[in-house]
Design a binder for this molecule. Sequence first.
Ligand code: HEC
Length: 159
Amino acid sequence: MHPRTRLSAGARLAASLISVMSLCTISLPAAANDAPVQLTPAQSGYLESCGGCHGIQGTASKKDVPQLRSEVGRFLCTAAGREYIVRLPNVAFADMSDRLLADVMNFVVFDLGGASAPRGAAAYSVAEVAGLRRRPLKNAPLARMRANILADARLRCGR
Ligand code: HEC
């Protein structure tokens, strides 16, 4: 996609984010009076590259796009789950540096995922994300992998 198209999609998402801020409790810094909302690089990376499918708050409106909010932290209950969510094609091939992707994944798992992340789970390091995204899950049976991972996660984390 042309970079300008992507940017303006990001800008549109940021605008809609601002418009919902007054309605919802979200994990972004509060805007002081009329000051523009300052997003962290991870938040704007998420909005631009992920939010179009997963929703600005991690709650997708599209069928077949899984909910991240208060759910996605479960994947950190097992090593296989931790790897799976970075190796997903939409994640591994995201147009961002390893460092930004690591920041985005930590935002997704710990901020959007909230209490669903196991207590004490380690944040993704840049090196870990760099290694995983170089092994993307191409032509893999994602639904089956996901079901197995979440069954193991339930055993390990109790939910
Ligand atoms: C084009 C739409 C789209 C985009 C863009 C996208 N995703 Fe997804 N995502 C999906 C779909 C669909 C799935 C279900 C698995 C699959 O088919 O890849 C998914 C699965 C996931 C999962 C696993 C959740 C679960 O419960 O199975 C995570 C985590 C995730 N995406 C994070 C991201 C992040 C982070 C980004 C941005 C870097 C991103 N996604 C970009 C559509 C998208």
